[in-house]
Structure formats: structure tokens, C-alpha cells
Ligand binder design. Structure first.
Ligand code: PLP
Ligand code: COI
Length: 336
């Protein structure tokens, strides 16, 4: 504990004191259990293990200058987990249960919330899995909801410095009518090999195009994509991307800053017309993109990064999250 280097934390797992569990059995959610174990007992025929019945979330808590711990938009994550659960036939955790477990797991691990000014935060990882056994392909009748936390630094090791993205039409992440809009493990499994290819070739991640036509921009690995031009914040509208809560927030902040906001299909061919481009997400925050390489056509697209508007968006988002700016949109819960 004493030797955590808060200002230099990677985005990774660090053991903390407690995690929480709650079981869904016989058609109802049970009591919240506090655990110090890092392991979960699971039947070898559980649907999570065989048929991918699992969903996870990611949200953050921030230590303010005033010593208060703020959680960013927990209710949105709760709703999204409910959507993922409906999407793959799991029991939906009630919003109140999700929020209660969020606040409780932070309270129990208070000493792991990184100090103000270190640029780090406490990442909360809720996980919902099918624990009921089945060898036939069907939904479980028992589920486990787990909440653990880990202190983290930036997802892309570059932090708020330019990253580069790889584009290729040789892999798909999610089908248009598939599970791309849910936060379920299968989507990430599908992205692993092309992500490794990107990392091996020196890129921070992959910019996925739409799987059907390979014509439109979808998203950036574990983050949404946004672009700026003509005083406008543009971001892809797509059925196969995760509806990012960070992106949703940036659209509101952009409008508040006087930018136009467009959520629409974005053709890959429009890329060269943008003044700034970036990736956004809970883990990624905002990562300005300096280069996008279309390796199929051996063509690089270069951008000034970080651009002026991306920088302002980043600063305002962080100011709201750390409590340096008033929470005028009602996005923050203080953990008492
Ligand atoms: N897209 C994918 C595939 C993600 O995994 C994430 C991370 O949660 C995001 C986008 C960003 O979403 P959010 O801003 O809600 O974290
Ligand atoms: C997040 O931004 O919360 C994510 O889930 C990204 C990634 C680590 C999967």
C-alpha cells in the first residue's frame, strides 16, 4: 500500500481490501455479501464459461481537492448493464442495487482512491455472470453480480498525448445486428487478435469500420471515436458500437461550449477532412489521435494532436469529475 506510485499507475489490476457479491437465485436478488477473497466459486457447467453469458461495466471514482470522493454517472452504467443483461437473457440488476454496491465497494476500499492531483482514479468493475449450469445452449437461472475496484492510471500509456490507430478490413468486432451495443465479453474476445496485431505493429489500438460495408467508422477498440471540424463535434451513429457514457457527456459539454454536435454515420472517406480526432471512454478518458494508418491501402492520415478543442473537452471533463468545476449537469454522486 505504502509503495503505490499514484502518479505512475498503469491501467491494471491491483489487489484491494474488499469486493462485493450478490446472487440472483429463485427469481430474486439476495443480500449483498462482503468478501476479501479474489476468487469466485463457479460450477464447471456455468453458462458464463461456455456460452458467454457475462457482462461487465466500468466506472470511476475521483478524489477531490476537498477530500470528497465523486462517482461519475453511476446510474448510466447501471442502465447500460440492464440493457446488456436483457440483450443476452440475464437477470437485470436493479438500478438501486447497482448504485448501492458501487458506493459500498468504494467506501470499503477508500484507502485505494488515488489522491487528488495524481491524475489517477479508482476504477470500479461490476461483473454479471451466468452461474447456473447448462450443457444445452440456454440462459442460466442463477446469476452472480460482483463489484471489485482497482486504482488506475491512463488506459493508453501515452495519457493525454497522441496515440496512433490501425485500420484494417480483415477483422470484424461486432455484427450490425449482433451484440456490439452490449458490454459483453464476446465482443472483446472477437477484438483480441486484431488488437494484438495493432500492438505488435506499434499502434495503441484498432479503429474498427462497420462490419457490413466497411465504409463507416465504428469505434476505437475499447473507446468511442469522435472528430472535430468546423466548430462541430462529430461522432458515429452505429448499431454495433457501445453507447459510451463518456461520449454522451462530451456531446453535452461540446454543446455547452457552443459547438454543434452531430451523431451520425461517418464515412471513413471523410477522415481527411477532420481537424482533430480522438478516442473517448471511461478508461481512455480522451486520447487524442495523431495518426490513423489504413494498412490495407498503405495510407496514413495525420492529425494535429492534441488539438485545441479536444484539450478543452478533456480539461472540462476532468474538472467535473474531480470536482474542480460545479456539477451543473447532475452527473456526480458524492460517496458519504
Ligand atoms: N466502446 C467500448 C467497446 C468500450 O469497451 C468502452 C468502455 O466502456 C467504451 C466504448 C467507452 O464507454 P464509456 O465511456 O461508457 O466507458
Ligand atoms: C472502460 O472504459 O471502462 C472499459 O471497459 C474499457 C476496457 C478496459 C474494456
Amino acid at each position: 500500500m505504502e509503495n503505490i506510485n499514484w502518479s505512475n499507475l498503469p491501467f491494471g489490476y491491483l489487489k484491494t481490501d474488499f469486493n462485493l457479491r450478490c446472487y440472483y437465485r429463485d427469481g430474486k436478488w439476495g443480500e449483498i455479501e462482503v468478501s476479501t477473497s479474489e476468487e469466485i466459486p463457479i460450477h464447471m457447467a456455468a453458462t458464463a464459461l461456455h456460452y458467454g453469458q457475462e457482462s461487465f461495466e466500468g466506472l470511476k471514482a475521483f478524489m477531490g481537492k476537498d477530500g470528497k470522493i465523486r462517482v461519475f454517472r453511476a446510474e448510466e452504467n447501471a442502465k447500460r448493464m440492464q440493457g446488456s443483461a436483457r440483450g443476452i437473457l440475464m437477470a437485470e440488476p436493479p438500478i438501486e442495487l447497482f448504485k448501492k454496491m458501487t458506493f459500498e465497494v468504494i467506501r470499503l476500499n477508500k484507502r485505494f482512491v488515488p489522491p487528488y492531483g495524481t491524475g489517477a482514479s479508482l476504477y470500479i468493475r461490476p461483473l454479471l455472470i451466468g452461474t447456473g449450469k447448462s450443457v444445452g445452449v440456454k440462459a442460466a437461472d442463477e446469476f452472480l453480480l460482483v463489484f471489485f475496484v482497482t486504482p488506475v492510471g491512463p488506459y493508453f500509456k501515452e495519457g493525454f498525448s497522441p496515440v496512433s490507430m490501425l485500420v484494417t478490413r480483415e477483422y470484424d468486432r461486432a455484427a450490425p445486428l449482433g451484440t456490439g451495443k452490449y458490454k459483453v465479453g464476446g465482443n472483446y474476445a472477437a477484438s483480441l487478435s486484431v488488437m494484438k496485431k495493432a500492438h505488435d505493429e506499434g499502434y495503441a489500438n484498432v479503429l474498427f469500420l462497420d462490419a457490413k460495408e466497411k465504409k463507416y467508422i465504428d469505434e476505437c477498440g475499447p473507446a468511442n471515436f469522435f472528430a472535430i471540424k468546423n466548430n462541430t463535434y462529430c461522432t458515429p451513429k452505429s448499431e454495433s458500437i457501445l453507447p459510451s457514457i463518456t461520449n454522451k457527456s462530451l456531446m453535452v459539454i461540446s454543446a455547452d461550449m457552443g459547438l454543434k454536435v452531430e451523431e451520425r454515420k461517418i464515412e471513413f472517406s471523410e477522415l481527411s477532412t477532420f481537424e482533430e480526432v480522438g478516442a473517448c471512454g471511461t478508461a481512455a478518458v480522451i486520447s487524442p489521435i495523431g495518426k490513423i494508418s489504413d494498412i490495407d491501402n498503405k495510407k496514413d492520415y495525420l492529425f494535429q494532436a492534441p488539438g485545441k478543442i479536444s484539450t478543452k473537452l478533456y480539461e472540462r471533463l476532468m474538472a467535473i469529475q474531480y470536482g474542480d468545476e460545479a456539477d451543473k449537469f447532475g452527473w456526480i454522486d458524492i460517496v458519504e
